[in-house]
Design a protein around this ligand. Sequence first.
Ligand code: TRP
Ligand code: SF4
Length: 328
Amino acid sequence: MAHRVLSGMRPTGKLHFGHYHGVLANWLRLQEEYECFFFVADWHALTTDYANPSNIKDNIREMVIDWLSVGIDPAKVTIFRQSSIKEHAELHVLLSMITPLPWLERNPTYKEQIEAIKEKDLLTFGFLGYPVLQTSDIIIYKASKVPVGIDQAPHLELSREITRRFNHFYGEVFPEPQTLLTAIPKVLGTDGRKMSKSYNNAIFLSDPPAEVEKKILTMMTDTARKRRTDVGSPDLCPFFLTFHNLYSNEETINWVREGCTKALIGCIECKKSVIPKVLAALEPVQKRRKELEADPKMITEILSEGAKKAAKVAQETMTHVREAMGLE
Ligand code: TRP
Ligand code: SF4
């Protein structure tokens, strides 16, 4: 059987350069090669934001606009919202019956997040069961390949274990989902840390060009290079590692390496050599965003068309699942 690819993103609102180079660029390649399902994991958003879900609706819209703006094409792939397909919840309940609690408690991502996120009470059933819901998202479409970053690898491992356990009890209903590990380039934010909305260091795909320029011009550089006359190291420069790596050709990169390490160029000059390329890449994306924003019904329609296609597959799978478990 041809591979079916599935991936999801929690609706965090407008996407930034990190999302683009980390996830979306990969989705754009995959949509040309495979049958793809890309969905908005809005129930997963509730695992952490249950106390204040008021932004989820807008976040979904903004995120899907970004997907489409960069070229994710609803004519080629199925785009939908998790919460439109109630079968995910039914399968989640059934999987929850067979998932040993220690598997979930051992999950390194779970332990890390409980430690890291102190401002929210994450000691809930739903948050512990995050990977069970994620497994249901994947196997309900019998997806064989799941493109995710390395941070999601433990979840995918759990998905395979749960799938094996299901097949062991009830027969070979599901293929084991394989991780399609995305090589994620380093995309650093304006303060030199990993680009992330929660660090307030992100450059968004929807930022107006003047804002993008301003953020780049104030972005952190090699901290050892305090004055124009100090030499610097591009390999220690968050700006270089992100923007020259992603947008400059070899010639420019060589010019920067020489100029920086010998203090022949200034940081502003260095930054200005890449800004036009970044803005040129953003231009068609922002043009499409404006078109989509002008037609609010378009996103709703795309999501509901996608949901119809997804529902068909999910319903068929659930018929098999109920039969296999003697629930029909
Ligand atoms: N956990 C994923 C994230 O935080 C989102 C997600 C939910 C997902 N269900 C999925 C990803 C199924 C891949 C497959 O990014
Ligand atoms: Fe970074 Fe360029 Fe400044 Fe060197 S010259 S520190 S590479 S911004």
